[in-house]
Design a protein around this ligand. Sequence first.
Ligand SMILES: CC(C)(COP(=O)(O)OP(=O)(O)OC[C@H]1O[C@@H](n2cnc3c(N)ncnc32)[C@H](O)[C@@H]1OP(=O)(O)O)[C@@H](O)C(=O)NCCC(=O)NCCS
Length: 263
Amino acid sequence: MPRDLESEKATLESLPSLSKESEGSSPQDPRPLYFRPTEVMAPKYKKMKDLHPYSLLLSSDDLDDCDWLEHAAFEPHEAATREKLDYRLHVCGELCTGIYTSSYATSPAPLGPLILSRTFPSTDSADSDRKKVLLGHIIATKHSAPLVTEESMDFPKDWREKYQMTPTTGHNEDGKTICLHSLGVHPSFQGRGLGKVLLEGWCQRMRDSGVGKRIALICHEKFIGFYESAGFKKVGESKCTYAGGGWFDMVLDFESAKQELDY
Ligand SMILES: CC(C)(COP(=O)(O)OP(=O)(O)OC[C@H]1O[C@@H](n2cnc3c(N)ncnc32)[C@H](O)[C@@H]1OP(=O)(O)O)[C@@H](O)C(=O)NCCC(=O)NCCS
């Protein structure tokens, strides 16, 4: 047996043997630990467990929800306008994702007053009372530059009349950089792991789908650690002056994740 397998075998042999009666079973709850899901669940999932979140691709049909969420999550000067969201959802909704929960307005837990705050779409036509509630979203486009630029954040104002596949402003279908413009979670549901789960699931989908070579974004200093924990690397101060500037470039490179980036 090779040396590393020898050491793994020794490690396995030193572990206690598996038993249906877990040592952790308490007199109050005689069930073995693995029948008690809240106790084995990772903390971030525990915090979101009542929400049963699920993800869906976004499209122009979701404009009202995304506009509402964007303006709830971001400061007014940072939020994308409804027109910009309309453009992005229309031309590249497949690069965008929403994280949802379902609820009935008549039995509002676990959403509380949020479910009554506006009209949400129904989950399906067979059960119109069951609402699909957007709790977070990611809105992205593609661009040819390796980092997020002012042009990538803008959009061609005549896109409805003169749609171009590869404009220099806005979404460029041939671009190799996926630009993450908005990651927002509704303020009432922040800090439960939704943002991280949404970001990591979306990054995995972007990587697996092969639609780009990297993901780039700009963020304020306080979010650098959040993005680093999802695998992004800080490139440096961004040249973007959007919403007053003060941004940092972050990149998740699919092809050279372990190499030094040179931008
Ligand atoms: C940033 C945002 C999407 C995070 O979503 P969230 O659901 O609240 O975050 P999570 O609960 O998944 O937190 C995941 C981790 O990030 C950390 N984190 C969350 N918000 C943070 C912040 N503002 N600063 C630093 N760390 C933060 C959490 O502590 C947590 O760490 P842990 O895994 O070690 O426990 C959310 O706070 C938000 O929508 N903010 C307003 C919009 C915004 O500014 N978006 C970022 C644009 S660059």
